[in-house]
Design a protein around this ligand. Structure first.
Ligand code: NDP
Length: 363
């Protein structure tokens, strides 16, 4: 309207586009088409994921950054995705997302009901961890040195570890390949990458390194397998579909501290498992007192590493799903460490008395 009242003024690209001048040159037409395209792109409605900004109430879209047009220099370049990518971007996330089959099923399941379900599952995971810790006060976790035929056929340690842990790698990978609402956002990719890296090691490398490990009872194997399917879905779905982060989250102190915790925890875990493995010479099956590294402070050094890893991950993710996993790990591995500590004190007279159970200097 303003353009009609003051035709002498040089119109902006958007105004010129609505002017419908028939005398425009070919470059001018291309310019108008690009400007119209830009207006349409801005008019795309937000994805359904945008409605689920629960983790970060402050994560509202901030004031719009001055775009190329506002700065007066038009460049036909796609706008960078915000923390919650728009619908067209979501569909092509990671380049795998087809519109049919399993991915379509996952997409249909997406919404506030599933979001609520994940929250309920998270509370369930915490309750399950606490219940297990209670149970493990009375019976030792039946694998490794406490392995027993009472819990079903005994499976060789290597394939049992590989198969039971594999779902924690494959389920989130599949979910990422389907491309959920936030799968393409950079913080989500980094955090999911941390989870996948841990389970790539646990399912594909750790089993190959085991030396004369005790067999795993079938019941324990099934429980671990179910846990990995469940937790793979919980963490994978949360990070590909619902966890939204404000711009700049990759530089946030919570993410940086959490990431460092995750990294140091993983290093301690791998180093401690390495110490344990090397206590046995080829062909030996017995137990010795572990020494060196974090074993100088705690009996369950490998478990301490894993607990630190998942609490770091939870801090970096700031989701109820990751916190539930960290607490469950604390309950379960804390109990296993307590059992090992008691076992060492009973078996070895010279076991260091000042060694704590699992948390250095504290417990
Ligand atoms: P353990 O410490 O019980 O055993 C690890 C390996 O070292 C086994 O092969 C074991 O042999 C051997 N080993 C242990 N202690 C000695 C010793 N004193 N002398 C000689 N060899 C020894 O760990 P787990 O098997 O319970 O766990 C393995 C990994 O899996 C850990 O890194 C742990 O953090 C992780 N984990 C994670 C869980 C989670 O919820 N996130 C749950 C369970 C495990 P053997 O089998 O013969 O005892």
């Amino acid at each position: 309207m303003a353009a009609r009242r003051r035709p002498s003024r040089a119109p902006s690209p958007a105004v010129r586009d609505s002017g419908r001048s028939r005398r425009a040159s070919a470059p001018g037409r291309r310019h108008r088409a690009a400007a119209a395209c830009s207006r349409r792109a801005r008019a795309v409605p937000p994805s359904p994921g945008a409605a689920s900004r629960r983790n970060f109430p402050s994560a509202r879209p901030g004031p719009a950054r001055p775009g190329p047009q506002r700065a007066g220099r038009w460049r036909a370049r796609p706008r960078r995705p915000l923390a919650v990518p728009d619908e067209p971007r979501r569909r092509s996330a990671m380049g795998f997302a087809g519109d049919g089959g399993v991915c379509a099923l996952w997409r249909r399941a997406e919404g506030p009901e599933e979001r609520r379900l994940l929250e309920l599952f998270s509370y369930g995971l915490i309750a399950m961890g606490a219940g297990s810790a209670l149970l493990l006060c009375f019976i030792p976790m039946p694998y490794g040195r406490y392995s027993s035929r009472r819990f079903g056929w005994l499976l060789p340690a290597r394939p049992a570890w590989a198969l039971q842990e594999l779902p924690s790698l494959l389920v989130p990978l599949g979910l990422a390949a389907c491309g959920g609402a936030v799968a393409a956002a950079r913080p989500n990719r980094v955090l999911l990458g941390c989870f996948l890296l841990h389970y790539a090691h646990r399912a594909l490398i750790f089993p190959l390194l085991i030396r004369e490990g005790k067999p795993t009872p079938f019941f324990t194997f099934v429980l671990a397998l179910l846990f990995c399917v469940f937790n793979g879905y919980l963490q994978g779905r949360s990070l590909t579909t619902y966890a939204t982060y404000p711009p700049g989250w990759l530089g946030d102190p919570r993410l940086i501290t959490g990431f460092l915790g995750w990294l140091i925890g993983m290093a301690i875990n791998i180093h401690s498992d390495h110490i344990l493995r090397n206590l046995r010479k080829p062909g030996e099956t017995g137990y010795k007192i572990p020494r060196g590294g974090m074993f100088e402070y705690v009996s369950g050094a490998n478990f301490f590493g894993e607990i630190l890893e998942w609490f770091g991950f939870a801090l970096a993710c700031c989701t109820i799903e990751s916190l539930a996993f960290a607490l469950c790990t604390l309950f379960i591995l804390g109990s296993r460490a307590r059992q090992h500590h008691k076992w060492y004190l009973e078996k070895f007279e010279d076991y260091p008395k000042d060694r704590k159970i699992v948390i250095p200097f504290l417990y």
